[in-house]
Design a protein around this ligand. Structure first.
Ligand SMILES: [Zn+2]
Length: 252
């Protein structure tokens, strides 16, 4: 089957689904010029650091300034990028919930209502208190992010409000995502390798509950293996055709 006929038949089928949600990862934002998290980066200053080691409570304990400098470098890059055609195609589905592993706010920048975007890995656009007993949060201007500083409420250091390796997912977003994925006719999986647990378990949850999986990704992989329909290509190329003119909803 050609990609065009696959797109057409998947679209026809999607239009008849009462409950659809999107589940996105780094590949969605890669088309906006943000390198995927695991890609080797070209920036000379940071290329010698392993992102998987910087994004951890251990790294923050060992060298908090280094970790904050790295996040602030990333924040400045985020400040310079705009949503791409895939973000716009998803955001135009105003009745559909967006579950995302991305810490950027490009879906919201494309017009998605913030309460309809479930951020499983938190947000790079805010800081929070590193103490587990304090719920202080602060919005960050990504173009001019502040340096390392203490929580004004309790004196513990502030840190990016993202989920680091070895940390739990935000309880509310995770619980809502799980509950939703058990009730879906279809989960639209975009730009994620589906190797990161427990988020990848959402695909399994939908499948076990009788829902179908559509995967949009340039690369075949774990997610496409689990797909009922695998649309191979860039999200920015395929999603406008797949979703344009539809009015999908997540909750009946
Ligand atoms: Zn605090």
């Amino acid at each position: 089957m050609t990609l065009e006929s696959k797109l057409a038949s998947t679209r026809e089928w999607l239009a008849r689904c009462p409950r659809v949600a999107a589940f996105s990862g780094a590949g969605l934002s890669a088309d906006s010029g943000l390198a995927t998290f695991r890609d080797p980066d070209t920036d000379a200053l940071w290329s010698r650091f392993d992102p998987t080691r910087l994004a951890s409570p251990e790294a923050f304990a060992a060298d908090p300034e280094l970790v904050i400098d790295w996040y602030n470098w990333r924040r400045k890059r985020y400040a310079e990028v705009a949503p791409n055609a895939a973000h716009h195609a998803l955001a135009a589905q105003t009745g559909m919930i967006q579950i995302t592993q991305n810490v950027d706010h490009l879906l919201e920048a494309a017009g998605a209502a913030p309460e309809r975007v479930y951020h499983l890995h938190g947000s790079i656009l805010s800081d929070r208190c590193h103490s587990g007993d304090c719920d202080y949060h602060e919005a960050i201007d990504p173009a001019a992010p502040p340096g390392l500083r203490d929580c004004p409420r309790c004196g513990t250091r502030l840190r990016p409000a993202v989920v680091w390796f070895g940390e739990n997912l935000p309880m509310e977003a995770w619980t809502r995502a799980q509950s939703l994925c058990m009730r879906l006719d279809c989960l639209l999986v975009i730009g994620t390798s589906a190797t990161v647990y427990p988020a990848a378990g959402l695909i399994e949850l939908t499948r076990r509950s009788g829902g179908r999986i559509i995967v949009v990704d340039p690369n075949a992989g774990v997610a496409s293996d689990a797909a009922d329909s695998f649309l191979q290509g860039r999200a920015a190329d395929l999603l406008p055709t797949l979703l344009g003119g539809l009015a999908l909803t997540s909750i009946d």
